[in-house]
Design a protein around this ligand. Structure first.
Ligand code: PGA
Length: 279
């Protein structure tokens, strides 16, 4: 659901000054910020529950922001129970395009819905790089997720060599248009796009706020051409790649950056909470 808000006053925690502040509304359609922690191949069930239990009180007072954790498949059920009475939502890190059948090792959208997932990350660059994910498979997975009421976080991003040879826009265009091919505007409105330059993931090299804004704005332009300016203005675009408490607020201050997809810094409750309180 995308919410149009013309006057929003949100109590928010100011991490620098250790106090609550009030965010003034911006004079435009507001996109609710969305901060997601992608735990990748980390954390057993008990470690996942401990991390969640530590995170909950740290973000309990945060409103006006969506907070998501994406544990490994094995911990989804336990984390789902642990967040039941909180403002944290649950995502899976991948999904298969078929609902059931002879697909050894896969996990389907109905199964993820069954354990309480709200979102699912699709097409992460590590899946494209190591597991042969393509724009076509991403698109099939996006459709399967939507068909079962899961909201896809569709990852797009160029590799270093692609950036250095001037192909960033071409790669982003193919990832975006390939990933959302055939979606209605209504379906698109349930999706989040995550721009993650591959060269910034896990490397400590964050895109500068200007570099992030440039690509986010390009993505919004693609959505405007494919749908409409109104639809494009409502889609949230997250930035991912070495987001840390120290750089989150300057990235989030960019007009087209609506959230963060956080890897390494989401594995510690304190640092993830600081990012959630980016204001
Ligand atoms: P990172 O990972 O924050 O560790 O760079 C981000 C991601 O891959 O989603």
């Amino acid at each position: 659901m995308v919410i149009k808000v013309t006057s929003l006053k949100t109590d928010n925690y100011d991490s620098d000054h250790r106090r609550l502040t009030t965010i003034q509304p911006k004079e435009r359609t507001m996109r609710i910020p969305i901060i997601a922690g992608n735990w990748k191949l980390n954390n057993t069930v008990s470690e996942s529950v401990s991390l969640t239990t530590a995170l909950k009180p740290l973000v309990a007072g945060c409103t006006g922001v969506e907070i998501i954790v994406a544990p490994p498949f094995t911990a989804l059920t336990s984390v789902s129970s642990a967040i039941a009475d909180s403002n944290i939502q649950l995502a899976a890190q991948d999904v298969y395009s078929e609902d059931n059948g002879a697909f050894t090792g896969e996990v389907s959208a109905p199964m993820l819905k069954d354990v309480g997932c709200d979102y699912v990350i699709i097409g992460h660059s590590e899946r494209r790089q190591y597991f042969g994910e393509t724009n076509e498979s991403v698109n099939q997975k996006v459709k399967a997720a939507l068909a079962h009421g899961l909201k896809p976080i569709i990852c797009v991003g160029e590799q270093l060599e692609e950036r250095e040879t001037g192909r960033t826009e071409a790669i982003i265009e193919s990832h975006v248009t390939g990933g959302i091919a055939g979606l209605s505007a209504t379906d698109l409105l349930s999706c989040v796009i995550a721009y993650e330059p591959v060269w910034a993931i896990g490397t400590g090299k964050t895109a500068t706020p200007d570099q992030a804004q440039e690509v986010h704005n390009f993505i919004r332009g693609l959505l405007t051409s494919a749908y409409s300016a109104e639809v494009a203005s409502q889609i949230r675009i997250q930035y991912g790649g070495s987001v840390k408490p120290e750089n989150a607020s300057e990235l989030m201050a960019q007009p087209d950056v609506d959230g963060a997809l956080v890897g390494g810094a989401s594995l510690e409750a304190e640092s993830f909470a600081e990012i959630v309180k980016f204001e």
